[in-house]
Design a protein around this ligand. Sequence first.
Ligand code: F6R
Length: 250
Amino acid sequence: MEIYCTKDYEAMSRKAAAIMAAQVIAKPRSLLGLATGSTPVGLYRELIAGCTAGDLDFSRIVTVNLDEYAGLPGTHDQSYRYFMDHNLFDHINIDIANTHVPNGMAPDPEAECARYEARLRELGPADIQLLGMGRNGHIGFNEPGDAFIAPTHVVELTDSTIDANARFFASRDQVPRKALTMGVGAIMRARRVLVVVSGADKAQAVKAAFAGPITPQVPASILQLHPDVVLVGDEAALAGLKGAGCLRCG
Ligand code: F6R
């Protein structure tokens, strides 16, 4: 595992974007696994700048997103499809037909999960899977539980996740209670996993995930079993790894 500890959010975004950009340049037909949430926004901004400057070409890139809320159409400003279009896809030269996000409006969410999983299998392993991390250690919408779930599946969001995401909705009541998420199977099949974390409120989860036991109670802890994980975080988020054997963090 590689760990990059940066001074702040902006530096984290630049470092993580450089890793994604290197992938896009090295393999113009890369399959990129993407995430939503506030953490990757700066990274996406950097990729847009790279594309605008003519340094990055996304014309042959294919993407798969981790998750989507059940019940929100892609036109809803809190849907993850909308997030991806507005924070990245609309500003780069990607073919939108090559971007994949689970369909939150599918009448049968279980069938949609099966369809998405089959598509993931067809596309093959992501060359790089970007992940943020929840304060409870979730990745995608794989919430703490009794077992790791491998395939794409429907999840009931935990109170902690609903609370964390309520800031994006007019009220807590409007936060969807269910989501469709890639399971840990496709995440672990990715050739490389890039985890981005920022802020002191992630420090506990980062410590539990990377310096604690591997347990489904901390879904991100399964990444300890992945052979190629890059963790890019600012000092505040990585503070818990200090003294836990992380050389780059002191
Ligand atoms: C988003 C996702 C989530 C977020 C996590 C962190 O597609 O799958 O797991 O990565 O909730 O969110 P932020 O970055 O907003 O703290």
